[in-house]
Design a protein around this ligand. Structure first.
Ligand SMILES: *Cc1c(COP(=O)(O)O)cnc(C)c1O
Length: 364
């Protein structure tokens, strides 16, 4: 195997699922959101584990992501999020995915391909991205049903459940005002991870957690929800050397050793999802020691400064499964001015992923 790899702790995933379930009333189901390769964690193994743990449904963003689940013998209902493009109707139905409709064009394409197909209708309650405007929702559902399609569910999505309770409540109230008469007739769902954790009144028939399953906070102020990050990134050094004062390191010679220093080269780079913006400012961890990235991050290699010599069997932690300000996905996202969602999904498919059933790692 490559000398750098991701470790995904399935017991921590199970823990996060327990945290989520503990928030739900009986009768609220879970649609586990495993789009973008389960936020970089590997959709197929994550889906198999969640299925084993009794999760009822999954959601993906693309037909190809859904097809991969079917090839892996996941037979659960799989929702296709977003807003179906008419050209995707045929392949979506061939893989038995549940399309999300917010246009009549897409509805017609689905009906033409498979009369009676099961669909969910997306309502725009304020996100402003996809979905039928609430004032047109009733009419839209009637038209879709008149085409012979089976509207199983109607759902919406929150724009700022992690940071703006008032706006989230407005969205929920607007959605419920239109859909309340449909309780029991259509399956209603709205809550992403942040809404699931903060707005029990938004749970409805299903919740749609993504990031919380992976133990990452959906926004600021979610550090105390009891979730455990499930992913660690590790690496062995491929070279450890002593350099002399004045020695330059990496592309552009942007780092110059100030004294005799120990430097390790790790076999990972921006092509693996270790951002080039971490050049001369990122950190990795060796035991309890933080080792600064020195020089530029290359496509396939980085260099870090060590307190002293180590062997090639040393294990560096490139991402720690905690909330460490310097080495966790969450801390690094803050350092880079982005969100853990983005850093997780940038973890390259070329990184080996190892799935562990060991005891969850200790938490910071
Ligand atoms: C991605 C997505 C989710 C999951 O969001 P998290 O913040 O990761 O929980 C839920 N619903 C929809 C429609 C999505 O696109």
């Amino acid at each position: 195997m490559r000398a750098t790899w991701l470790e995904i702790h399935l017991d921590a995933l199970a823990h996060n699922l327990r945290v989520i379930r503990a928030r739900l009333q009986p009768g609220t189901g879970i649609i586990a959101v495993i789009k973008a390769d389960a936020y970089g964690h590997g959709a197929v193994p994550i889906a198999h584990e969640l299925a084993r743990l009794g999760v009822e449904r999954f959601a993906v963003a693309t037909v190809e992501e859904g097809a991969r689940l079917r090839q892996a013998r996941i037979q659960h209902p799989v929702h296709l999020l977003g807003s179906l493009h008419p050209e995707e109707a045929a392949p979506a139905l061939e893989h038995a995915l549940i399309p999300t409709l917010s246009t009549l064009e897409a509805a017609r394409a689905v009906a033409a391909h498979r009369p009676g197909a099961t669909v969910h209708v997306k309502a725009d309650s304020g996100m402003g991205r996809v979905g039928v405007p609430l004032e047109a929702l009733r009419r839209f559902v009637e038209e879709v049903e008149a085409m012979g399609l089976e509207v199983e569910g109607v759902f919406t999505h929150f724009a700022s459940a992690d940071e703006d309770p008032a706006a989230t409540r407005r969205q929920l109230e607007a959605f419920l005002a239109v859909t309340a008469p449909w309780r029991g007739r259509y399956k209603l769902h709205a809550a992403n991870s942040a809404a699931l954790l903060r707005f029990p009144e938004a749970h409805l028939d299903f919740v749609r957690p993504g990031i919380a399953l992976y133990g990452l906070p959906p926004g600021e102020g979610f550090a105390r929800e009891g979730l455990w990050p499930i992913l660690a990134w590790k690496a062995h050094p491929t070279l450890v050397k002593r350099v002399q004062p004045g020695q330059r390191i990496g592309y552009g010679g942007t780092y110059t050793a100030q004294r005799e220093e120990w430097i390790a080269t790790l076999p990972l780079g921006y092509a693996d999802g270790f951002s080039r913006a971490l050049s001369n400012r990122g950190w990795v961890r060796l035991g309890s020691t933080y080792c600064p990235v020195v020089g530029r991050v290359s496509m396939d290699q980085i260099t870090v400064r060590l307190p002293g010599p180590v062997g090639l069997d040393a294990v560096f932690e490139v991402i720690t499964p905690d909330l460490d300000a310097r080495t966790s996905l969450t801390g690094r996202a803050a350092q880079l001015g982005t969100i853990p969602y983005e850093l997780a999904t940038l973890l390259s498919p070329r990184l080996p992923r190892v799935y562990l059933h060991a005891a969850p790692p200790t938490q910071a």
